[in-house]
Design a binder for this molecule. Structure first.
Ligand SMILES: [Zn+2]
Length: 260
């Protein structure tokens, strides 16, 4: 059991490292960014019965993501809001992987959650949201994907609702690359901290990648407070990509806490 877990963390780490160093192989794009394997060619709506999903052993697990976060079912933990961001301004490196926009982040951007440090690897977007709160699906969701020094992945999810234009997103939205392309825009500097709402209350749970190979063992932190994107910003994404949210999975008996 422990050995398996170790092996699967190692696999994820190895794939992510491959993503970091080799950049563009389909395999690497797939797991580094929890997005669809481009070689797979199918869109967001894999279900448990979908042969494509069945092909991935991990997708049969009991701790798949995303889920509906039900406030009445979570245990609340006051005083556990210990999330310290150390994100920096970095030159924009942006990829269109055919399913989403991925903002690649260089080394040295960290978040420490209850003393557990994760390094930020990349951020990407889903429209509509993947997680739901009390059955409410949001317009979109940002995922900031991190890795700790043992190769464990930690994702911070920030829900997006329609409202005011988001100035940090505007810098990224001006530079969407063509499908399959990556662009360096060194004159534009972005900081993922500008996507994090002031109120950092969040749902914490164990879950999975939301794209093949659906590997479990990810530490998910979904912030309760949404941020706003303008209708135009949402439309630009929707005009560029197919809906890219995986459908809701069962919580089963896994614990979900609300840290506030
Ligand atoms: Zn994602």
């Amino acid at each position: 059991m422990a050995e398996n877990k170790k092996q699967s963390s190692w696999k994820v780490l190895a794939t992510l490292l491959a993503a970091t160093f080799l950049g563009s192989s389909a395999m690497a794009a797939d797991t580094s960014d929890p997005h669809h394997d481009p070689s797979h060619g199918h869109s967001h709506s894999q279900t448990a019965n979908d042969p494509a999903t069945i092909a991935y052993e991990a997708a049969k697990g009991k701790m798949q993501s995303p889920i509906n976060l039900v406030s009445a079912e979570v245990s609340g933990t006051a005083g556990l809001l210990n999330m310290k961001f150390d994100y920096k301004d970095t030159p924009l490196n942006i990829k269109n992987d055919g399913h989403t926009i991925v903002v690649n982040v260089p080394e040295g951007n960290n978040v420490t959650i209850n003393g557990h440090q994760f390094e930020l690897k990349q951020c990407h977007f889903h429209f509509p949201s993947e997680y739901a709160i009390d059955g409410k699906v949001f317009d979109g969701e940002l995922h900031c994907v991190h890795m700790d020094r043992n190769g464990n992945l930690g994702v911070i999810g920030v829900l997006i609702e329609e409202g005011k234009e988001h100035p940090e997103a505007a810098k990224i939205w001006d530079h969407f690359p063509e499908s399959g392309e990556t662009k360096d825009v060194p004159e534009v500097r972005v900081n993922a901290a500008n996507f994090i709402p002031e109120n950092k209350s969040h749902f914490a749970l164990m879950g999975s990648l939301t794209t093949p190979p659906y590997t479990e063992g990810l530490f998910w932190h979904v912030l309760e407070t949404p941020i706003q994107f303008s209708p135009q910003q949402i439309k630009q994404f929707q005009d560029t990509f197919e809906p890219n949210a995986r459908e809701l999975q069962k919580r089963n008996d896994r614990p979900v806490t609300l840290n506030y």
